[in-house]
Ligand binder design. Structure first.
Ligand code: AMP
Length: 392
């Protein structure tokens, strides 16, 4: 059965087509600058990457072009062969703890939650509606980034704010990257050959979060109401003293939009280093002795260590720590600095094994008290699995 995994942004549409249950990727690609001048798309097929410049006024046209490409490349003979389409949705609030088949009511709930994910939820709705118009007979599903974290207890997900705010304004912790945390936790359990495990999953990319996963269930995660909580990220500040916000707004006469922009787009590694939000640039700065890059890296690593240590205690020990996403999969320096900071717990890295990039591998030493792994994430496959299970 062919299942399409879709991640719609406001001006982009990423896709992967899977043959399920074999989990084989048949074709993947990305439509970019939808509704903007200079639109184009790229397609990966049989190891080749093709780029085509074409007018993409909206997401529906992107799907229509996708269908044409699938037929021209003989991947399908008609669009009826695509039985399911799984859509990534960033914010599912408290409504959704699992993947669902799309209904009108679900779309209106995703829309209602747009205030909590203004860049993402409206784009997902556009993607769902466009897919529905083009693939009339396919089952459309929605896979929520927040769903995996819905198992957190009230004492964990509430903020110590007026209690009514959680009900009246939906202010609580939801977490993010749930599809990725679930994927690597499930994969780690597969490797360990059991499900009664205590895992700390570290999704360290441009956005970054850490989860504590007990027996396959999320008990805590570092992101909050929005994806700007917890770890220091590329350009997001993560945890800060909340009172800084009114204080600096007053001092610099900032609007809510301006402060939001600074906290999300000008802070984190970028804010401290003054150089870049990309950890590769920070590493280059460090190699040249740039003091602020060195400081930014120290703060970044310290925060990751803090969260792992906190979750180690909360889980009552840990079987494995797993690194994934852009930095987690690629930066041996970050992984080493984090694991070195956990030495007091008997966690040790094997520097030879750690010389790995984007591969599934154990990087802890044989005498480490906790296993440490790199497991490349695969959110698209998770989306395809859930969608296949609902469409078959
Ligand atoms: P993601 O959000 O998972 O796509 O991760 C993107 C981030 O991964 C980039 O902004 C980089 O900071 C980081 N990254 C990618 N490749 C490397 C690398 N080779 N070394 C260090 N960081 C990397």
């Amino acid at each position: 059965m062919k299942i399409l995994s879709v991640n719609a942004g406001s001006s982009s549409l990423k896709f992967q087509l899977f043959e399920m249950p074999e989990e084989e990727v048949l074709i993947s690609g990305n439509f970019e600058r939808i509704g903007i001048d200079g639109s184009f798309y790229t397609i990966k097929l049989d190891g080749d990457k093709i780029k085509k410049e074409i007018n993409l006024p909206d997401h529906k046209v992107a799907f229509e072009i996708l269908v044409k490409e699938l037929i021209d490349n003989k991947i399908v003979s008609s669009l009826e062969e695509i039985k399911g389409i799984g859509h990534r949705v960033v914010q599912g609030g408290s409504y959704f703890d699992k993947t669902e088949i799309v209904t009108e009511d679900i779309i209106s709930k995703i829309d209602e939650l747009s205030a909590l994910a203004p860049l993402h939820n409206p784009a997902a709705i556009v993607g769902i509606k466009a897919a529905h118009e083009v693939f009339k007979n396919a089952v459309n599903t929605v896979v929520f980034d927040t769903a995996f974290h819905q198992t957190m207890e009230e004492e964990v997900y509430l903020y110590a704010l007026p209690y009514e705010w959680a009900k009246d304004y939906k202010i609580r912790r939801y977490g993010a990257h749930g599809t990725s945390h679930k994927y690597i936790a499930d994969r780690m359990n597969e490797i360990l050959g059991k499900t009664d495990t205590k895992l700390i999953t570290c999704h360290i990319g441009n956005g970054a979060s850490i989860s504590a996963v007990k027996n396959g269930i999320c008990i805590n995660t570092s992101m909050g109401l929005t994806p700007n909580a917890g770890l220091i990220m590329g350009s997001r500040c993560g945890d800060i003293d909340a009172t800084i916000v009114p204080y600096i707004m007053d001092k610099l006469k900032l609007s809510t939009k301006e402060i939001d922009n600074i906290l999300n787009k000008q802070s984190g590694l970028l804010g401290i280093s003054g150089v870049s939000s990309d950890s590769r640039d920070i590493e280059e700065g460090i190699s040249k002795g740039n003091d602020r890059c060195i400081l930014a890296r120290k703060m970044y690593v310290r925060r990751i260590i803090d969260y792992i240590a906190k979750y180690y205690v909360e889980l009552g020990g840990c079987d494995a720590i797993i690194f994934t996403a852009g930095v987690g999969e690629n930066s041996k320096e970050t992984r080493k600095a984090v694991i070195d900071g956990l030495e007091v717990l008997g966690i040790k890295i094997d520097e030879e094994r750690n010389k790995v990039r984007g591969e599934e591998v154990k990087i802890s030493s044989d005498d480490s008290k906790v296993l440490v792994y790199v497991i490349p994430t695969n959110e698209e496959l998770m989306i395809a699995r859930d969608t296949y299970n609902l469409a078959k």
